[in-house]
Design a protein around this ligand. Structure first.
Ligand SMILES: O=P(O)(O)OC[C@H]1O[C@H](OP(=O)(O)OP(=O)(O)O)[C@H](O)[C@@H]1O
Ligand SMILES: Nc1ncnc2[nH]cnc12
Length: 180
């Protein structure tokens, strides 16, 4: 991605101090989503990552990962698999509990969505502690598929997510369009 494209994306991310709890600076992507040029630049860049790494499916992580992952999957010509917060998927699921920057949660995927032939690219907006992404990659592998990589709009470097994810990535690429 060009420096100009990165600057455009950065300029559309709003810092909200002390949200959702004191001490957290929340990275709000709603201004970026409301700007069709910036949203298009973002989805194109993430779709390029999917194609470059030979992904066969795109996983989006509820909820912001859905907003990004769905248009990325369409642009890359790939199917989309939702990983949802627990209790939302009606079929047989695999589940994984995890911790994130401001709490704990549990995510699920439909077991039938993952096959041994799949190479899955995980898409999300923010990599913070890495707890969410690690749980997602574990779910994908438990479902029998390969992880093609993890692609995020931004990485919050000071939270150490990249180092924490290294064992779970197991050599799969982690691409962040912006390192903050
Ligand atoms: O690296 P981590 O510390 O795990 O944090 C990153 C995750 O936190 C946010 O999701 P959140 O659970 O707040 O849900 P939302 O997308 O529904 O707002 C964000 O969209 C990532 O999925
Ligand atoms: N600081 C942050 N801003 C936005 N989303 C997040 N998810 C985890 N930490 C976050």
């Amino acid at each position: 991605m060009t420096g100009g494209a990165q600057e455009l994306l950065l300029s559309r991310i709003r810092d909200v101090p002390d949200y959702p709890q004191p001490g957290v600076v929340f990275k709000d992507i709603t201004p970026l989503l409301a700007d069709p040029e910036a949203f298009s630049v973002l989805t194109e860049a993430l779709a390029e990552v999917c194609v470059r790494h030979g992904a066969t499916k795109v996983v989006g992580l509820e909820a912001r990962g859905f907003i990004l992952g769905a248009p990325v999957a369409v642009r890359a010509g790939l199917g989309f698999i939702p990983i949802r917060k627990a209790g939302k998927l009606p079929g047989a699921t695999l589940s994984q509990a995890y911790a994130l920057e401001y709490g704990t949660a549990e995510i699920e995927v439909h077991a039938e969505d993952l096959t041994p032939d799949d190479r899955v690219m995980v898409i999300d907006d923010v990599l913070a502690t890495g707890g969410t992404a690690a749980a997602a990659m574990e779910l994908i592998r438990r479902g029998g598929a390969d992880v093609a990589g993890l692609a995020v709009l931004m990485e919050l470097g000071f939270l150490g997510g990249r180092a924490r994810l290294e064992p779970t990535l197991a050599g799969a690429p982690l691409e962040a369009l912006l390192a903050l």
